[in-house]
Design a binder for this molecule. Structure first.
Ligand code: ZN
Length: 668
């Protein structure tokens, strides 16, 4: 499972420049509904040469599966990509014409989506150029560069009725027949596919530990018989998989420890055989390997692209532990008992002995397959339910991607529109980033782990309100302590005023700006959003002037008049929420959530949506990868790995199509 970035991030988007940050371009070009961003591989220079080399090999492995995803997203995608790229590089006509400019936008969108359908909405793109233009452009190009039936691709590109949807979820239609995704061969119906896998499941020898049926294959009909074409070395996509194995073998030679080498070994075995029992063993070993700093995901992983939710798209990421964040969380964890003892909650609900947990923040070093260019900011794997139940899962947030989203948001006009005055904006600019990270750390490392249930209270007694109450508890723990002098003493906040940035952005988000993610007329549903609304509206209701919503020139703003009073209010609400949780007070939870967290003021909602729309921000964002440049000695040993930024989007895409071309143009 993955956590997608919110369309809009919390308003605590700030830019705390460091010397090395000054030259870094977080944003790149914008086209259609997309904005390209860059991320920094923070801390790469602090890795050992062996770790850097491991990151490099895993990065190559992460990029090598690109063609697999393109083919999974649609059977014509690899040919269409070749056609479009050839026109892009070789076209001998007017490159300033509207047709060509629209052609370039189309190509950039196709690159972004790894195919001809929108990466999020799944609808086929309608080209902004004519069929005639493409034909005349093709006439200027060496036909030897397009060794396939070009005519066949015209309706696929231009006819809105041909393959209109990549993944169709419309109730009542044959989802398999009407989806363009290439997980099922031509003519396979939904009923046939469902029966096929049902039979497999019923015949499973160990129903307590089922494999992920159908996860790594295309289901096709040959001579009237259904059969799976399994993705493995020697099978479908075998050419690409062999190249991936090549890089994984290399990675094994520089693994950080024996367990990690064994994980790589098992993955290679799975890629060779396609055996899903081996896959389960591999994920168990992967979950249990937590010693190494460097880690990865590589393979058929998420099934969002299959209308039946079985078949997994290929993705890859190379990453390593965020050492700075790990240092922060270590400091908090080491003082967990102090925080518990000094919190404003009733002594009966406190833990006598309290262990902090380390939040696992990672740095993305390379994104590939279904994580590129559009990506998740958090990953929780594996997906197999019984493996999760019996062996656990790895849950990570990708710190440098979140950071890049935040940095990119700086200067987009959001704060100028919604923050009340320059003085407040200055505090947010100066401290917002650091305090936001710190609040997350407090929430994750201490907040969720704090407090206890009274004896005999059922952990599920808050039922549907449980997760909102739990998130509010963790957030309030963070809000209360982010303003504590203890954090200055620990060196985690620079001074006694920094927390104000977090207080302002938190309330602004909870009272106003998070509403941009809600459709007009809807209530707030999602637990984290409900929690923020609960905290912000409860505080506003009890503020007695400490915080207020004011009107200026027909616009609403949050004004904070008394920050210390606000801290007391957060403390009071924390105590009450902890009581609700510890006593399992369902009625108390219901009242808090229904009063403060669900309903939306329609007039304010309307206003916030209009102000946000006027900023004209790109709704979707994706990342351009860095490059790793290696130095080798005369025996071919890697002696240095450098990370480089700044490659242009089109250059990177064209380079990947050359360098990581691993599959034939037709994969039947
Ligand atoms: Zn949480």
């Amino acid at each position: 499972m993955c956590i997608l970035s919110a369309a809009v991030l919390a308003a605590s988007c700030t830019d705390k420049k460091t010397a090395s940050d000054a030259d870094f371009q977080y944003t790149d070009e914008r086209f259609a509904d997309l904005q390209m961003l860059r991320y920094r591989v923070e801390g790469f220079e602090n890795l050992s040469l062996r770790q850097k080399t491991l990151v490099y090999y895993l990065s190559e492995a992460a990029l090598t599966g690109r063609d697999i995803l393109w083919d999974q997203n649609g059977r014509y995608n690899l040919r269409i990509r070749q056609l479009l790229e050839t026109v892009y590089t070789d076209f001998q006509g007017d490159r300033e014409s509207d047709d060509f400019k629209n052609f370039v936008i189309y190509l950039k969108r196709v690159w972004f989506s790894n195919g001809i359908h929108h990466h999020y909405g799944c609808d086929k793109f309608q080209p902004g150029f004519s069929e005639d233009f493409l034909r005349s452009a093709l006439a200027t190009i060496d036909p030897a560069k397009l060794p396939f039936d070009v005519e066949e691709l015209f309706p696929v590109i231009f006819d809105p009725n041909v393959l209109p949807k990549r993944t169709n979820q419309a109730d009542g239609e044959d989802l398999v027949l009407t989806s363009a995704a290439n997980y099922y061969g031509p003519g396979v119906t939904q009923q046939e596919a469902e029966d096929f896998y049902l039979k497999m499941k019923e015949a499973a020898p160990d129903p307590e530990h089922p494999i992920m049926f159908g996860m790594n294959s295309r289901l096709v009909k040959e001579n009237g018989q259904l059969q799976e074409k399994v993705w493995h070395s020697g099978g479908l996509y075998g050419e690409a998989i062999d190249r991936i194995i090549y890089w994984l073998e290399k990675a094994k030679t520089v693994a950080e420890n024996d367990k990690q080498a064994a994980v790589l070994d098992r993955l290679i075995e799975y890629y060779r055989t396609g055996d899903l029992h081996t896959f389960d063993t591999y994920t168990i070993q992967w979950v249990e390997e937590t010693e190494g700093d460097v880690d990865f995901t590589n393979g058929f992983t998420e099934s969002y692209g299959d209308p039946l939710g079985m078949k997994a798209s290929w993705e890859g990421i190379a990453n390593f532990k965020d050492l700075a964040a790990t240092e922060r969380t270590k400091k908090l964890s080491a003082n967990a008992q102090w925080f518990e003892d000094n919190s404003p909650v009733d002594a009966r609900f406190k833990k006598k002995e309290c262990k902090g947990i380390s939040a696992k923040v990672i740095v993305a070093a390379m994104l590939g397959g279904d994580l590129y260019p559009s990506t998740a900011i958090g990953i929780n794997l594996p997906n197999s339910n019984w493996v999760r139940a019996e062996h656990g899962s790895k849950s990570v947030t990708i710190g440098n991607l979140t950071d890049a989203y935040n940095k990119a948001a700086h200067g987009n006009g959001f704060q100028e529109e919604f923050v009340i005055d320059q003085e407040t904006r200055d505090i947010i600019n100066e401290y917002g980033d650091a305090c936001d990270d710190l609040h997350t750390d407090l929430h994750e490392c201490l907040g969720h782990g704090s407090g206890k249930l009274l004896p005999g209270v059922d952990a599920d007694s808050l039922k549907a309100y449980g997760s909102t109450i739990e998130e509010a508890r963790a957030d309030l723990f963070g809000l209360y302590y982010v303003a504590d002098p203890k954090l200055v003493e620990l060196g985690l906040t620079p001074n006694a005023d920094a927390y104000k940035s977090q207080y302002y952005t938190y309330l602004m988000n909870g009272l106003m700006t998070q509403l941009v993610r809600i459709e007009p007329g809807n209530n707030i549903e999602e637990a984290h959003m409900r929690n923020r609304a609960l905290v912000a509206h409860w505080v506003l209701d009890h503020a007695d002037g400490a915080v207020e919503l004011i009107q200026r020139d027909g616009k609403t703003y949050v004004r904070i008049n008394d920050y210390p009073a606000l801290r007391n209010l957060f403390g009071q609400l924390l105590a009450e929420i902890q009581r609700v949780k510890s006593e399992g007070d369902f009625e108390g939870a219901r009242r808090l959530v229904e009063t403060y967290a669900v309903k939306v003021d329609p007039a304010l909602h309307q206003e916030v949506l209009a102000r946000y729309k006027a900023l004209d921000l790109a709704p979707y964002k994706g990342f351009i990868n860095p490059e790793y440049v290696i130095t080798e000695d005369k025996d071919g040993n890697i002696t240095d790995v450098q990370v480089r930024y700044g490659e242009a989007y089109d250059h990177q895409m064209l380079r990947y199509s050359q360098q990581y071309r691993t599959l034939p143009l037709v994969n039947d």
